[in-house]
Design a binder for this molecule. Structure first.
Ligand code: GLY
Length: 398
């Protein structure tokens, strides 16, 4: 890793981008306007609210569509809410509400797995934030109670994949699960039980204790003994190897512990968020966009994961607002801005290739799924990060 040249490159990209004359975007709109235009192209080809865009395979132009049960179902409605937030155009609000409503049955059915937070908080959570619609609040509170049914007090975490208990040999928790805690924190402060807050805190504490190596890189999956509550296996699922740093897993950790600090003000989470961010930043390639796994054996020919970059950029922008050491805070913010500048070049934006926002995301490399593709969660965190940056520049609250 050539640290010096990385930051010279990102500084230049950043400076050019901030000046509004990025050479790669002179022929293109500013990033948020670009997102609106691309979202409009996608919206135009969707025939009903039950067909939710998930990914576009490398070299193709058609979205793979899923229904509300898919773990990614909340990201498209979430994007629509963000587009509405940016444009204030109620046409987008109508679309956002329509797609969000299709997810409603998840709130009132037995939990299939931990992804309820991703699904309902990205959709109805953003909807509630922007509209104050109390019917959304009822749905979110019910979802939090549904998610809480997966909590195991002996272990101290939420069961991520009930369907894998037998196969994996115990109660399993994946690092991605950190993101779902945001729904529990919200619910506990908005009419739900205190128990939801306690579950979120216990999950974060147990994860902090068991899910990381001494260098603060994350395991993807930890399997726990349900009798003793102790970890019995630490392994990967979507990464290269059990001991490797799977890029998106690490980005979930950065985002998750930053959010946990926001919700609890526990300094331990803030310190931990910085440690998991620092090991990620230290090992990035020159353009600030990680390979799908930091230990992939075929680097520099391995596929990138722009979705991990988008998640991390969004997380670092928030993290920068919590740090009192100005130099450190500015460092996180400028690195996030540089990542967004990189993602906003012709190399990473889809532009005329397809109607997603980004190219070069990697979903499940070991399974051969969604490699070097456009993936909806990459787009979701990209627009979220762009909006966060806009708010920071305006001096408004994230
Ligand atoms: N939660 C699954 C993933 O990050 O791919």
């Amino acid at each position: 890793m050539k640290q010096g040249s990385l930051w010279v490159t990102v500084f230049l990209l950043n400076a050019i981008w901030i000046a509004g004359c990025n050479p790669a975007t002179t022929d293109n709109k500013q990033p948020l306007d670009y997102c609106v235009e691309q979202a409009g192209k996608t919206a135009a080809v969707l025939t009903n609210d039950d067909s939710i865009p998930r990914s576009i395979a490398h070299g193709q132009t058609n979205w793979r569509l899923v229904d509300y049960k898919d773990w990614t179902s909340g990201f498209w409605p979430g994007i629509l809410w963000y587009v509405y937030e940016y444009t204030k155009d109620t046409t987008w609000k109508t679309k956002a509400n329509g797609f969000s409503q299709t997810l409603k049955p998840l709130a009132f059915s037995p939990a299939y797995d931990h992804d309820l937070g991703f699904q309902l908080y990205c959709s109805f959570g953003n909807g509630l934030r922007l509209t104050g619609d109390t019917s959304y609040k009822r749905i979110l509170l019910a979802t939090a109670d549904t998610l809480a049914t997966l909590f195991n007090p002996t272990v101290g975490t939420i069961l991520s994949w009930p369907r894998e208990v037998q196969n994996l040999g115990g109660h399993n928790t994946i690092i991605d699960n950190m993101i779902n805690l945001e729904l529990l924190f919200w619910a506990s402060k908005n009419g739900g039980s205190q128990r939801l807050y306690d579950i979120a805190v216990q999950h974060a504490n147990t994860t902090m204790k068991n899910h990381f190596r001494p260098d603060h890189t994350s395991y993807h999956v930890v399997v726990y003994d349900t009798i003793t509550g102790q970890p019995i296996k630490k392994q990967t699922h979507q990464g290269y190897a059990d001991a490797s740093m799977w890029a998106r897993g690490q980005s979930w950790a950065i985002y998750g512990f930053t959010m946990c600090f926001r919700e609890t003000r526990n300094q331990e989470y803030l310190a931990f968020a910085q440690q998991v961010a620092d090991v990620y930043l230290k090992n990035l390639p020159e353009d600030g966009i990680p390979y799908w796994d930091f230990n992939a054996p075929d680097i520099p020919n391995a596929p990138k994961d722009a979705s991990a970059a988008a998640v991390t950029a969004s997380a670092l922008l928030e993290l920068s607002t919590f740090i009192t050491d100005t130099a450190k805070a500015d460092g996180y913010r400028s690195k996030a801005e540089a990542m967004l500048a990189s993602l906003s070049t012709a190399q990473y934006q889809s532009r005329e290739v397809n109607s997603a926002f980004l190219l070069h995301c990697t979903g499940h490399k070991p399974k051969g799924g969604e490699i070097d593709a456009s993936i909806i969660y990459g787009d979701y965190y990209y627009i979220e990060a762009l909006l966060r940056l806009k708010k920071l520049k305006e001096g408004s609250k994230l």
